[in-house]
Design a protein. Structure first.
Length: 408
């Protein structure tokens, strides 16, 4: 649960110091682990790194001026990140960069290392080590069980505090209604009930200003004040776009969780879909710029975040469906043909003549929970299907082997 912080200039200076100390400790631990090679001694453990941190605080006054709680927690977070890496669930911990990774975490019992209190209907305060009470915008009720929180500065210069608390899931309406969600680039989410939802992006004036600022950034000298100002302006525009996408995802996922008892979505492998097409020096890729643009569009549509928030808000009521040929199959008769989809938005069945929006037709197939099973291809002209082969539903006449639509 994230809230907007409003620190004073003096408090902001201390917060920036905490971010720098946490980043320094993290990068130092990262360097120690990357220095390891076969034949060398193992990298220091968390206990050894804690002892080294104590010695460093005694030697360097600028490090001792910071909070030991913040610095110690950075080491714990790195140790947990390495454990996740060795378990195969996460990537290897990477270096953290100034102005991009600004933040720290506080873990401990409420009332001792930290505390939070409400001042009014729209204001609250959180107590941070060596900073004191910092105000934040109280936009929703906090649960009682909170064991940690994170303070972060985004690239637009805004401070946030995120409490580690999981809100309760949203109850369904109890009507038994099912909805299918087809995710796309032009239409971010098409529902089987006929609704077309799109993520709001930047307005034309904002996009033009972003282009001008990026060109100005390319001409600016590195390390200059002008470059810092341009980067801050670019960060504010990009943060505006990100905020709109997150707000759309939250409102859309909440609406779907409240309106439908069962939500079915495509089981898309997004990580594989957004891989770069550059290839290698020996075998360079093709259409690299077009693929890069498609990858950016997929990220901008918020595919992964939408499904993740649905699974969190409608726990146990979200099903993933195999997306194979859902956009080529008629939801009315079950006829599959690549020519059924006449364009990006137009679907017209070649067998029964059923017409619909292409994304809505795919969403209806997803809502039905349909899976595709292929008939064996005949080896000779006019040869009947093998014994026990499944036949296409709907009685569609087609010379090509057709899929069978079955309830998943």
């Amino acid at each position: 649960m994230r809230f907007r912080l409003a620190p004073t200039p003096a408090q902001e200076a201390v917060l920036l110091g905490h971010c720098a100390h946490a980043r320094f400790v993290w990068n130092l631990a990262c360097e120690q682990h990357q220095h390891w090679r076969p034949g060398r001694e193992s990298a220091p453990s968390y206990g050894e790194q804690s002892r080294q941190l104590t010695e460093a605080r005694e030697e360097f006054a600028w490090l001792a001026a910071g909070s030991q709680t913040v610095q110690q927690q950075a080491l714990r977070d790195f140790a947990q990140a390495m454990a996740n890496f060795f378990a195969g669930t996460h990537r290897r911990p990477a270096w953290r960069k100034a102005s991009r990774h600004e933040g720290f975490r506080i873990v401990g019992r409420r009332g001792r290392q930290w505390d939070v209190r409400r001042l009014s209907r729209k204001a609250g305060e959180v107590r941070i080590p060596k900073v004191g009470w910092v105000r934040f915008r109280w936009s929703r009720q906090l649960p009682g069980e909170i064991k940690s929180f994170r303070v972060a500065l985004d690239r637009a210069g805004r401070w946030h505090v995120a409490f580690a608390a999981i809100p309760p899931p949203i109850d369904g309406p109890g009507t038994g209604e099912i909805v299918g969600v087809d995710r796309g680039v032009v239409v971010s989410a098409a529902l089987s009930v006929g609704e077309l939802l799109s993520v709001p992006g930047l307005r034309e004036t904002e996009a033009n200003r972003l282009t001008r600022l990026q060109r100005r950034l390319a001409r600016a000298q590195r390390g200059s004040n002008r470059r810092k100002q341009v980067k801050a302006a670019i960060g504010r525009i990009k943060a505006r776009k990100t905020d709109r996408r997150k707000d759309w995802v939250e409102k859309t996922s909440t609406g779907l969780a409240r309106r439908f008892d069962l939500i079915r979505v495509e089981d898309l492998k997004i990580k594989n879909m957004v891989r770069s097409a550059r290839g290698t020096v020996a075998t360079p890729g093709a259409n690299v710029r077009a693929k890069a643009g498609l990858n950016r569009s997929i990220h901008a549509a918020g595919w992964g975040r939408l499904v993740r928030r649905l699974e969190e808000k409608a726990a146990g009521r979200v099903e993933r469906i195999d997306p194979a040929f859902t956009s080529q199959t008629c939801h009315a008769c079950g006829h599959r043909d690549s020519r059924n989809r006449e364009s990006q938005a137009v679907f017209r069945c070649r067998a029964c003549g059923q017409g619909d929006h292409a994304d809505v037709n795919a969403a209806k197939n997803i809502a039905a929970g349909r899976a595709v099973t292929f008939l064996p291809r005949p080896t000779g002209p006019g040869r009947p299907p093998e014994r026990g082969a499944l036949q296409p539903l709907g009685g569609a006449v087609n010379r090509e082997p057709q899929p069978v639509l079955t309830s998943a």
